[in-house]
Structures are given as C-alpha cells and as structure tokens.
Design a protein around this ligand. Structure first.
Ligand SMILES: Nc1ncnc2c1ncn2[C@@H]1O[C@H](COP(=O)(O)OP(=O)(O)OP(=O)(O)O)[C@@H](O)[C@H]1O
Length: 280
C-alpha cells in the first residue's frame, strides 16, 4: 500500500521498526581538482521512507546535485554510508534510477525512442518483453505509440523528458532520483510533467527524491522538504508538507498552508544564501 494520506495531514510517522528505503549516514563530499579542494557537502544524514516523496532545496551551488549523485552511486562520497532498503551500497544499485535535467544529453540521439527506453533492460529481457514494457511505459508517460520509432531530436523538450522518465522506470526501480528534471521546459509543460510524476509515484508506489530550485514545485510535489545550507551543504531544515492529496495545480496552491510553507522555505533559503555570500 502506498503511504499517501487521504486527509489533510502528512503520511503517518514511520514506526521505529520501519527500515528506510534510502538511508544516508554522515555523508560528506570533497572534490579534489588541479584548482584545489572543494568541500561540497559538510555532513548529511537522511532517511527516506518507503513511498515518500522528498524534495531537496537550497541556495544555488550549495551541493544538491552532488548529494543526488552520491545517492545514485555515480560518485563516491568522501565519508559516509548509504543503504537502500537496508542494504549498504557503494556503486549504482539496480533498484535506483536517476532522471537528469538535461534530457538532450541523457538520451542517445542515434537511438529511437523505443531503443532509448529499453537501454536499462536490453541484457535482461527478450525482444518481445522489451517491446511490451516500452509501449506500456510510453502510454504511462502520455506519449502516443507512434513516438516509439522516432528519434529524440524529433520530439519537443517536454516529450523528451517523458522519454527519460520512461527509461528511468523501465527497470522497475524502487527509488527514483530526479535532478531538476523540469528546469529546461516551459512553465505550462512543467505543470503537466509535475502531475505526471505524481501519477507515476502514486500508481507505481515509488519512493522519489527530487532536487529543485523551484520552491513552489517542492511544496506542490512533496511529503517532506529537506533544506540545505549554503556551500558546503548541511541540512538546515526538514519540513513536512501538510497539504491533502491528490494535489491539484490550482486548489493545492490556494491552500493557505501552501503559502505559509513557501514563505518559510523562502526565508530559510535566502538566509542560507546570505550566510554563503558573507562567508565567501
Ligand atoms: N566535479 C567537480 N569538481 C570540483 N568541484 C565541483 C565538481 N562538481 C561540483 N563542484 C562544486 O561543488 C559545489 C556544489 O556543486 P553542485 O553542482 O552539487 O551544487 P548545486 O546545488 O547542485 O548547484 P545548482 O544550484 O547550480 O544546481 C560547487 O561549489 C561546485 O562548484
């Protein structure tokens, strides 16, 4: 069962026995390059429970992408431990997929939409199974069947990001990491894609960790919002979003609590940004 609330309060507090779907203990990340060391993440602990939708926000350049890349296993943290559904990992786990902001670089331009979506399962399924999964997913992300044989560059930006989402889902991951996935599409498409992600989350019972610059987007989508400090990133707040589900682009944003959380987040992020500037 999905842990979505039907009343206007948040998901039930996980019991102490609940194993987090994703757990991060004492994560820090220092980059070393020929220009010197950059401490991107100071110290982060995080527990995301099964079926939660958690957004990560913070001032520009604070370390959000670094955190998501560490969670994905794509880059190694300098310190800290990661566990997915109770199992420690240090390289990309199969049960976890990532959707990047830049769909034009994450899709392979020489492959059709169908081939792009099938990449994660091409060694583990028959041609017929791949085809069945791909066309089911195309429908799920709202793309017509005729887009299957097309190439990514023949599609709009919003359609390409739908393809990227379908590809992230094809291996049936437990956790979906999304790094500002809608930052490059127009505002109207963005709202449509936000609702698409909420549908996928609900129907497929996913756990989602979503990085965004957009405070309204974070409030609209999330059960919980983790606010990071300026660089190097550490957690300065972890706010629940007590707005009823299903969410609606008009009605949810008219909820007085939407405005209250937005104002709280704005103050936190501007405060963190100010500290960041004073320190530099
Ligand atoms: N590969 C790298 N080598 C060295 N420094 C890096 C590298 N990647 C990121 N950084 C630095 O780490 C810090 C955090 O960067 P990161 O991209 O994680 O922040 P962000 O919050 O995602 O940024 P934005 O808000 O612009 O999306 C920045 O100071 C950045 O310059």
């Amino acid at each position: 069962m999905h842990s979505q609330p039907t009343t206007d309060t948040k998901v039930a507090e996980p019991t102490t026995e609940t194993v987090p779907m994703l757990r991060v203990d004492g994560l820090s990340k220092q980059y070393r390059s020929k220009h010197g060391k950059v401490q991107a993440i100071e110290q982060i602990d995080l527990a995301v429970h099964p079926g939660e939708f958690v957004s990560i926000v913070g001032p520009s350049g604070c370390g959000k992408t670094t955190l998501l890349n560490c969670l994905s296993g794509l880059i190694q943290p300098t310190t800290g431990e990661l566990a997915l559904d109770g199992r420690a990992y240090s390289s990309p786990p199969e049960e976890l997929s990532i959707v990047f902001q830049d769909y034009s670089r994450s899709l392979f331009p020489w492959m059709s939409v169908e081939q792009n979506i099938a990449v994660p399962i091409r060694d583990s399924s028959s041609k017929a199974e791949r085809r069945e999964s791909v066309y089911r997913l195309l429908a799920q992300v709202g793309l017509p069947e005729k887009t299957g044989p097309m190439y990514p560059w023949q599609l709009s930006g919003g359609m390409q990001q739908r393809v990227a989402i379908a590809r992230a889902l094809v291996s049936r991951p437990k956790v979906l990491l999304m790094d500002e996935p809608f930052a490059s599409v127009d505002a109207q498409t963005r709202n449509v894609l936000e609702d698409l992600v909420l549908n996928v989350w609900q129907e497929w019972n996913k756990t989602i960790i979503f990085v965004t610059h957009d405070i309204d987007e974070a409030v609209y989508l999330s059960d919980r919002i983790v606010v990071l400090s300026g660089s190097p990133a550490s957690t300065i707040a972890d706010l629940e979003v007590p707005i009823s589900r299903p969410r609606d682009q008009l009605l949810s944003k008219q909820d007085p609590r939407f405005g209250e959380i937005r104002a709280e987040l704005y103050e936190l992020i501007m405060g963190a940004h100010k500290v960041d500037r004073e320190a530099s």
